[in-house]
Design a protein around this ligand. Structure first.
Ligand SMILES: [Zn+2]
Length: 232
């Protein structure tokens, strides 16, 4: 029968201490070089472009902005660095942009410039859906082509569905190539259609400040979940 020597526990404690130090230096080596990403929050439309319009006149651009501002506030509270593509209803257009079409193009170019000049960014673009019939409803997340976008979209789609619309059958999908900002952003990018302005239940939800706060909170949680996963 082997005898337990008096120094066994001491040796074990020393080994554990060394192992902890090695682990610490390893994680310091691997984690130090990667700065945390910058969350770019894009409130879709704005200024001369109201986006979709509900039957009661509610503008998509206003709902997008409110959710974006709530998300920004929550993200800053959490310590995440954020950049907004707009913070108000109005947009400062270049002097030579006369028509609404020219204004929209100038605005889209400005947003792409902002996104692509922000190193290590993650773009979260906020929109509302609209359809000629009232039946379609629910939240859907779309992703861009840059790797990581699909993973972030999957996380957000699952979280939004579970927390806000459990009967939702919509899946995270590749964004339509016609969406200029999403097509031209060179970073991880998702576009969230938070609901249908054409559906009375979705519209009622989106008109509630509490619901918009929940949307912002779930979007932030999804972003934090994504960057934690991407860093390991
Ligand atoms: Zn939109």
């Amino acid at each position: 029968m082997g005898k337990i020597k008096w120094w066994y526990p001491l040796a074990a404690a020393v080994l554990l201490a060394v192992a902890a130090l090695v682990q610490q230096s390893r994680s310091a080596e691997t984690e130090a070089p990667a700065p945390p990403p910058v969350l770019i929050i894009d409130a879709g439309h704005g200024g001369a472009d109201g986006g979709a319009v509900a039957a009661d006149g509610t503008l998509e651009s206003d709902i997008n902005l409110d959710i974006a501002l709530r998300l920004e506030a929550l993200a800053r509270f959490w310590g995440a660095e954020t950049v907004m593509t707009r913070t108000g209803k109005d947009i400062a257009y270049p002097a030579d942009a006369d028509s609404i079409a020219q204004k929209k193009i100038a605005d889209q170019h400005a947003r792409v410039g902002l996104v692509n000049n922000t190193p290590g960014a993650v773009l979260l673009s906020i929109h509302q859906n609209n359809y000629p019939a009232t039946a379609p409803h629910g939240i859907q997340v779309f992703y861009g082509a840059v790797p990581g976008s699909d993973a972030l979209a999957e996380i957000a789609q699952v979280n939004l569905t579970e927390q806000l619309c459990p009967d939702n059958r919509r899946m995270a999908s590749k964004v339509d190539t016609g969406v200029y900002l999403m097509k031209n952003a060179h970073c991880t990018a998702v576009l969230v259609e938070c609901g249908f302005l054409s559906n009375p239940d979705d519209l009622g939800n989106l008109q509630s400040g509490g619901y918009r706060m929940k949307l912002a909170a779930v979007l932030l949680a999804s972003y934090l979940q994504y960057i934690r996963g991407a860093a390991t």
